[in-house]
Design a protein around this ligand. Sequence first.
Ligand SMILES: Cc1cc2nc3c(=O)[nH]c(=O)nc-3n(C[C@H](O)[C@H](O)[C@H](O)COP(=O)(O)OP(=O)(O)OC[C@H]3O[C@@H](n4cnc5c(N)ncnc54)[C@H](O)[C@@H]3O)c2cc1C
Ligand code: FES
Ligand code: FES
Length: 480
Amino acid sequence: MRDYLVLWVNGVRREVRGGDAFLTLSDWLRGRLGLVGTKIMCAEGDCGACTVLVAEPVERGRPRFLPIDSCIRFLFQVDGCHVVTVDGLANGGSLAPVQQAMIDCHGSQCGFCTPGFVMALAGGRHAEAAGEVVDWRKELAGNLCRCTGYVSIFEAAERAGGEADWLATRFDDSWMREGVRLRRESLDVRGELDGVAMRATCPASLTEALAARRQPEARVVAGATDLGVLWNKGKLRPRHWLDLSRVVELRGVDVEESGAPATLMAGPLATWTDMLRVCTERCGEAVAVLESFGGPQIRHVGTLGGNIVNGSPIADSLPLLYAMEATLELASAAGTRAVPVHVFYKGYKQLDLGPDELLVRVRMPLPGPDDVLRLVKVSRRRDLDISTFTSAILVRRAGDRIATARVAYGGVGPTAVRMRNTEQALAGKPFTEATFRQAGDAAAAEIRPLSDVRGSADYRLQLARSVLLKFFHEQTAAVG
Ligand SMILES: Cc1cc2nc3c(=O)[nH]c(=O)nc-3n(C[C@H](O)[C@H](O)[C@H](O)COP(=O)(O)OP(=O)(O)OC[C@H]3O[C@@H](n4cnc5c(N)ncnc54)[C@H](O)[C@@H]3O)c2cc1C
Ligand code: FES
Ligand code: FES
């Protein structure tokens, strides 16, 4: 088992031994390599100033560099990968087209945010060169400017267009062969960080991961978009990490067509970018919520499994999973069991998950042709904000009546809630405004939301009613 890291930074191979493996990527780049172009402002994934591009090696084809927030990524997680920072983007005296475009369009507005914007632009241009259609408003949603605005930066994005992939000309792919081999190897790295003995176990297979899970002190980490924030705030100091990110069996998302309805089968490591790709094809209603999930930097690394196990009552995946009656597969070295998602949560962040278990698969039936699914996410900001209230409503009609209804809300209590009384108020009733108003009364009686910084209890109660009416009016407008 390897006990040191190997990665590439701006084309240069680096080996890392000891305690540095436990630094965040941004701290290591700045503090150890002196690559201070990468800025750290919020240190919690919210502003994008620390954006770098990271590519995992692939056996065939070209590497795909994705923008991520380096302030909430641990160095041991990028072992075997290629990291590109703003310091390495220019080729000798030639600036990258996005850098030149930022100068030409006066897009450089302050020294803190500009490097992050440049890297997000470089990532977007790289995606365009790979054939993706990039909507720059969405692509830059993970980068905050508080001073001036985005007009010049959008102009720079357009100006930097063209066919050529700058990253492909700037860096060759010679690192990939060794990178593929490294990503297949398990890691067990130890070292001291700030005088504390640390360890990271990074298994390469599920069997090894389950064996490692027998050590209850090891803290499981996937994308680190929740845990990285807690680490930076000093709220979490595990001495032993169990990093799942190279366990191939836990990756990927697909649709199982056999059986009706078809079922979405996701590994817990499916990122929000993966989910968006599949849902665009097979669950269009989820797209708007997924597109507002963090920003691209968060979606490229944050995982479905992390969202579920983090157990926040405002986790955006939960109302959908509840309404579709998803099942979670949990495994330990002793065996596997399946748990319906709505019984997985026992209280605020209390889960039916043993200390030796991992979430290993999520099965979610997709809406059938007669089902109407509507998801709502209410947040104070449109982009890059966590929810105040979330809902999923799934209705199957039989003529003028409601045959079945499933309703799930988030942000109204210590866990997401399946709204059974509300469902009863809908099932078998005529599809009329009066029915949905009565269901709204049932919903308001069924929950006791709290007031917090995101919204008052009254506001949440109103939302509990109004999403039902919204559903009714949207449907009648669609039919009418
Ligand atoms: C800027 C920002 C914006 C965000 N926006 C949103 C948003 O719009 N909506 C939203 O819902 N969330 C949001 N989040 C929260 C976070 O991104 C998500 O919850 C994400 O899906 C977590 O996944 P992860 O892989 O990063 O989890 P991690 O941080 O790696 O882990 C989270 C928890 O899950 C556990 N865990 C992970 N995988 C497994 C597994 N397979 N088995 C057992 N335990 C496991 C870990 O031990 C940990 O307790 C945001 C976070 C940030 C920083
Ligand atoms: S410093 Fe703000 S996202 Fe990393
Ligand atoms: S560019 Fe930094 S705050 Fe606007």
